[in-house]
Design a protein around this ligand. Sequence first.
Ligand SMILES: [Zn+2]
Length: 637
Amino acid sequence: MAQIPKLSETTPDDYARLGMKSGLEIHQQLATRKKLFCRCPVVRPYVEEYDAEILRHMRPTLSELGEYDGTALMEFKTKKEIIYQIRNETVCTYEMDDTPPFELNQEALDIALEVTMLLGCNLVSEVHIARKQYLDGSIPTGFQRTTILGVDGSIPYKDRRIGIRQLGLEEDACREVSDVGHLRTYRTDRLGFALIESVTYPDMRTPQEVAEVAQILRWLARSTGKMHTGIGAGRQDVNVSIEGGRRVEIKGVSRIRAIPLLVHNEAFRQAALLEIKAELERRGITAASFRADVSNVTELVAGTQYYPIAKALRDKLEARAVVLRGFRGILTWRTQPETTFAKEISDRVRVIACLTRLPNIAHSDQEGETLSSTEWTRIKKATRAGDTDTVVLVWGDRRDVETGAGEIALRAREAIEGVPNETRQALPDGTNGFERILPGPDRMYPDTDLPPLAVTEERIERIRATMAERPWDRAARYEGLGLSRETAGLMSRAPERFLFDRLAGAKAYPPRAIAGLLLGRARHLRRRGALPRFDDERFAETVAAAAAAKAPVEALLALVEKTCGAEGLEPAAAIAALDIKQPARAKKEIAAFLEKIERPAIERAKLERHVMGLVMEKFRGALPGKTIAEIVSAFAG
Ligand SMILES: [Zn+2]
């Protein structure tokens, strides 16, 4: 593919032609007080200080792993050392040492069951805890405790429904701080937080649909009012496949806004990999005829001026050449924007051979400066590389360079199959990079530490009785109260929705005006820090007092500024201070005020602004702003 089309220029028909399908796994942290399986506190936002570091060697031997899958083999090859940074306050021996778990956190179970019901899933009758294998070190014990609470739900979307495969309740893993060379560092505070995972069927057909459904699912869980929000509290895994490709998961997407471009680029990456597959077929390269020859070329490149290799040799590292027979031009094939197939290979070398300093490979088809042509000629001759071959160089210490050379050959061979079975990581520019070989299906096994727990009818009824209203039901109800569709939608998922319900229920002021105040000026002032004493109770009391004093709706904002602002007046005092007036009286007083003011000789527009300022200073809230403007305009004219 010469160029990857732009997201903005791609239509739903284009994705349909690719046969694109996409699904989501939405992870959200529950706002519980304690972690899921121990009594450690849930502390958010995260604290960056820590008390101690623990070093672990992650060196599974293949014999220990028994029937090992791709992930296990990969972690075996990487030979990582892991550092855990711990704060005594947020971690105990359960998370770090695999001492037995406490009973499942009942608060977390209730919240997760509520979300399961909101998704319309069939609930399990018993909670069975399973262990899911984690070999990357992000969970010190090597497994995550997890359980499925319901299956086969759905949510409405446009004119159809999106299927929900399941809802899971599980422990959060560590936060990765860095991953350089053979050393990976994690912070453990988040470890063990209760996390729900909502999994959809691959029912989305365009990148925009994926983002929209992700948003709906996040809002749905948040409608309980029991989810953490903010950085890292919600993360998505997005899976994408196209016809002839393979389901590839892009992990840990934290911003929903990033989803469309990631999905788009992955769809076209798979399309590019399928084109490469077809090209290799055309060239007659098959799994049986594939050849990659590795040789030690350390001495051949000894005098090179090419900095990355020259530096490596100064550091006593070695270089290998891998000749990919018949691969001429494949490595410069564009797979993502600004990205070629060479990046697929470089990623594997970086992640699996831990050669993290970039560039970590150079190849003979590469444009731009690498080795001199004389040096390439020398290497090609020594390795018997012909005109149809590509030579890939890699450098590093002896062990890593051997692993790296092996990975180059492995990834090139996988090009024959098309799209490899791997998970990808989201990159900030909307492209994605290799993360790990996809685990085999047998990563789950039963946990014997905890007995099954029955989900009783009583429990379900108790949760159902106070279950959150789904955002779309709430929005429809708000439209019925006279809110515009847009405002109803906004209010249905706004944190102010409970306060709005209370005020609208009191029927003192039109719901439309209350919604406008809460989502407009009041929110604006709060964001600016101008309403430090704002809480639902105080706001509601202010509105109730205003209603009792028959204050006009326009006075509400000024009153709230008095009661919830720095002054913090009691509602009655605020009403007295503002001298709330009835409209007729207010008009009379403004007229009297205007008679007394000076009238500077300035042009009309300026005069109007000047007078408006004077009047608002004294009469803000007494009448609608629009009415005051009309009076001032009449005065100025
Ligand atoms: Zn703990």
